[in-house]
Design a protein around this ligand. Sequence first.
Ligand code: GAL
Length: 837
Amino acid sequence: MKRLVASALTLGCALSLPFLSLPLSGQRTVERLEKGWRFTRVDDPKASTEGYNDSKWSRVVVPHDWAIYGPFSFDNDKQHLAIAQDGQKEAMEHAGRTGGLPFVGAGWYRRSLEIPSDLGDRRVFLRFDGAMSHARVYVNGKEVGYWPYGYNTFAFDITSFVRPGEANTLAVRLENKHESSRWYPGAGLYRNVYLTITSPVYVPLWGTQIQTPTAKASHAYVDVRTRIAGMSSLAGRPLQVTTQLLSPAGKVVAQCEEEIQSSSAEHLCHTGFELQSPQLWDIDQPHLYKYVVELSDGGRVLDRDTTTFGIRSIELKAGDGFYLNGRKIKFQGACLHHDLGPLGAAVNEAAMRRQIRTMQDMGVNAIRTSHNMPAPEFVRLCDEMGMPLMAESFDSWAQPKVPNGYNLDFNEWHERDLVNLIHQYRNSPSVIMWSIGNEVPEQPSAEGAKLAYRLQQICHREDPTRPVTNGMDNPKAVLKTGMAATLDIPGFNYRPFLYDTAHRVLPQGFLLGSETCSTVSSRGVYKFPVVRKSMAKYPDHQASGYDVEHCGWSNLPEDDFIRQDDYSWSMGEFIWTGIDYLGEPTPYYSGWPSHSSLFGAVDLAGIPKDRFYLYRSHWNKTSPTLHILPHWTWPDRVGEVTPIFVYTSYPEAELFINGKSQGRQRKDRSVTIDATENEESFKNFTRQKRYRLMWMDTKYEPGEVKVVAYNDAGEVAEEKVIRTAGKPHHLELVADRTTLTADGRDIAFVTVRVVDKEGNLIPDDARLLTFRVTGAATFRAAASGNPASLDAFHLPRHHAFSGQLVTLVQSSEQSGEAVLRVSAKGLPTATLRLQIK
Ligand code: GAL
């Protein structure tokens, strides 16, 4: 295919045109293939054939994660191996590493495709936003394509496989190998699938590339390249190309028209627009522009394609780090896996929006999509909500971390996978850097450094506007091999005590904590005595909510805070993790029934743990934080030392137990990195004293704990009280939203709390709750955040954990009222009304 590069270069296209708007009659149709699917786990090779009888298969709606329905089992993907990264030298049994859910094996999906009888010379495409995994796609019994990597978007041209006006059959076979992942990957058509029909002359998928080489408050230059395919079908006739830029308010701010004539099959249009006083995309003001291209043949509209983009600048400065629109940004970042807790991997916008909103409230200003390409809905929401993203590609290259992982496909597929990731998201303003890998075993080899260089070159070739990083956990090796020096942004995972040495020898002049912390804790669970511990395990399979426990390779939040704060060249950090995820229940490697992580600042149900407030107190500069831990209901601890921590954005506070002052404490700003890099300081929580207020000797007595916080001027700024709970009295229901869209997809997340008469949380309540939804919505799932619970998420009964859980209510396509009823033994049924509109 010959490409005419920039043959119709129209630089500096007109601005401030009258507000024209284009006719809406583009020939493109896009159908989301949600309904009408049949699904089975029976692997019959004939299932690809046209007349196959699938009437006994289950009916499912896509996105669909076949494994999230469980049941949980010790035997699901039991892995017998040594996790080299975690320092394991000998193979041992790992149960629950990938979530203990039945994702391994094959699954088939089938449905019919409606292809219009007047298709003519139009083209037909299928697009999968991700299919887990090793997707083989068949149309009318013939294989149209294969894509192994489960996280990537891929598309096939199926024009020559379809029969217009007749019944067409789409069949997809997926297969997940055992020992192919380090976490729960999900299973099946867990992201959206689309059928697109275009005219023979069309803008192909991701055919538009927009750059903003100048992006200032005063003016911007928008550079656009658009590929046009199928030119030969014009038989030499000229093609009219109209392009428009629409402002965030939807007004046409620039327009360009040209006529092209080409004998090549494909043509590249290169256009430029100058804009005065553009509205920049930024974290607080995520202004989005639209670029619309319309192709016409003698007045007949052939295709119309819209691309959303933002105008913003990014810059890296030696000694100073990352700049967005000329403003220094230190990353207060969070790594997130792709699963959505009780929904598994099945894409849902409401769940993603809630994740991003929760992270924003914590003060997070960037998310790393560890360790793979995100769903397009997630990137779009980050564009819309102003959340910068590090878009990651791979957890492994050619050398394995698990026997059947992506390593088996890397050599053949990595370039296609990386190119798809970049083409899909290179117009998204939220994506501010690419990541080419995570802790790959190639780090110590010279070959590994060369490969890093090559992967970075692919990123630069496809998108010269964004820097590239790589999460490296072998700092000594990557300094020696040159891998770290090669990267635009050297990304270090853990071992912050080596940052300084690395920074001294690296040429870039900055360093990113691409993955940090890995503190472990459980919501509402506290262990005594309160001491710093590494890899601590307990009979209840939980970790202490005092936020004093970590892994053998990791540390506490303050060990990172202090470096991010005191080194101007530190670019910030991405904590492991913002939210708990399915799989990796470290340190309970073999401690079934542990099946989900303890790393999150927020639990698997989306309820904040105490650690959320520690980050919030340090990161959220717009809304104050004042949080007391632990809870104050300890009938067995009367008279025993029960330390009280306060996570607060205020510098100082006084603590009272039943009105008796326990003293006033101030955050100790004199604590330095160098003076505290020793065992004694770790043991004494010296660094913590700079960021937390801790009363280590307080003794428990039932009643009331009050904290009075003071601001910098020494004035009382805020007070907070927690009280010993009485007997369980009722259930409290709090919905994140009470009005849902009647689209059959929207979800309200309702937190259920078991409380006493006065509304105090019963902090150890674990009773069974049952749910019933009537009216214009249905029960979708429930989760408690307990990493050791074997309750199935999709069944309308679930045990509370530390007095709480979350139930998910999904809208139907009918508007009206929906009623959620939550019942439990010994308590009155609680009711919540939702409006579906
Ligand atoms: C890192 C790894 C993460 C997760 C984490 C747990 O080494 O990149 O995927 O395994 O450790 O601490």
